[in-house]
Design a protein around this ligand. Structure first.
Ligand code: AQP
Length: 345
């Protein structure tokens, strides 16, 4: 089947794959398979921008691969692969490093958060992380990128980089491709939709749920068993009020808004619909209902991930096959990019 529009997105193999990754990204990946040609990447080159234990990294690459498949991504109809097996990501990233401006990268909030007070000690890779992300997307001329809210700024940067390349090399683009509009790289559209684009920590409603939070109670991981999922929801921080009947009432109640958003996303509903049913209910009623729903949706995926992880050779062969197919799409685009820049091949 030929799809006109191409989707690219990635997940870092940095361990503790969590409900935020699932609701903000992976569920969208699954849905887009119906309408688009999809490439889903385990972005291991991004992962090593902060130190990764080599043994754990291999395990985590397979775990994200297993999560993709267990969640319903079809590796035959679409492409699942890991970034380091397609050399074009690193090659295009270098060219785009020479297009992106220091001033643009200096404004990236994720770098500021991750580097914290020790900016001088952060890796150079962490600083240029968003350029590699732009290369990931542009290498395939992807048109749509499903991501969580936290990646919005990086997507805007990818659009700026694409535009600057098109402007800087306009004449060469027209000369090499007869494209009168001079547009070589398309402007990728972020897809950030639904009630759970920013899932928050269960310990602190002002912080996003994250892999690196030292508290395991802050997140539900995809491999948590049913009892652990239920326990984490039971212990999630909330306020003493009952749930409001309308979404407006969730303003200034970040923990309540978070749990309602999670319920809505897991049940394919809007927050308004959830509040129609649970408005006026106490958390002592709502939390068990959410726990039951979360266990029903997440546990089967965790079980399937464990089953897939028992056959690492099969996962590795899926990744190799995906990388071969991804490379077939990437190679002509990379060659054309080099020609436009003026490299001799
Ligand atoms: N809390 C979240 N809510 C909704 N979406 C989220 N995403 C991440 N956290 C949330 C989305 O998941 C996809 C993969 O992101 P990533 O691999 O960069 O994961 P991360 O959890 O942000 O991982 P880090 O950076 O290794 O860890 P932390 O957060 O601990 O610093 C993306 O589409 C992302 O938007």
């Amino acid at each position: 089947m030929q799809h006109k529009e191409r989707v690219f997105s990635g997940v870092q193999p940095t361990g503790n794959l969590h409900l935020g990754n699932y609701l903000g990204a992976i569920t969208k990946f699954v849905a887009l398979q119906e309408s688009h040609e999809c490439l889903y990447c385990v972005v291991d080159l991004h992962a090593v921008t902060v130190w990764q234990d080599p043994k754990e990294l291999s395990h985590n690459i397979r775990e994200v691969t297993a999560a993709f498949i267990a969640s319903g991504i079809d590796p035959k109809a679409h492409i699942i692969f890991n970034q380091s097996q397609v050399a074009g990501h690193a090659e295009l990233s270098w060219i785009l490093n020479c297009v992106a401006r220091m001033g643009w990268l200096n404004r990236m909030t994720q770098f500021k958060e991750k580097a914290g007070k020790h900016k001088e000690n952060a890796s150079v890779g962490l600083f240029t992380y968003p350029v590699l992300m732009a290369a990931d997307i542009l290498l395939y001329h992807a048109t749509h990128v499903p991501v969580g809210e936290d990646q919005k700024q990086h997507l805007e940067l990818a659009r700026d980089i694409a535009q600057k390349f098109n402007v800087d090399f306009k004449e060469a683009i027209i000369a090499s491709s007869n494209k009168e509009d001079g547009l070589f790289f398309p402007q990728p559209e972020p897809l950030i939709q639904g009630p759970a684009t920013r899932v928050m920590s269960f310990r602190d409603g002002s912080k996003k749920m994250s892999k690196s939070d030292p508290s395991d109670l802050s997140r539900i991981t995809m491999t948590d068993d049913a009892d652990t999922i239920a326990k984490k929801i039971r212990k999630a921080k909330t306020d003493p009020e009952a749930l409001p009947s309308e979404e407006e009432g969730l303003k200034d109640r970040p923990e309540a808004a978070n749990l309602v958003g999670i319920f809505a996303a897991l049940n394919n509903q809007s927050k308004t619909d959830v509040l129609k049913e649970y408005g006026g209910a106490q958390f002592s009623t709502f939390k068990p209902a959410l726990a039951e729903l979360a266990v029903a949706k997440i546990s089967p995926i965790g079980n399937e991930m464990r089953r897939l992880m028992d056959a690492p050779d099969e996962l590795d062969s899926i990744l190799r096959d995906g990388a071969n197919r991804a490379n077939k799409i990437a190679e002509p685009i990379l060659q054309k990019t080099k020609e436009i820049v003026g490299f001799i091949q």
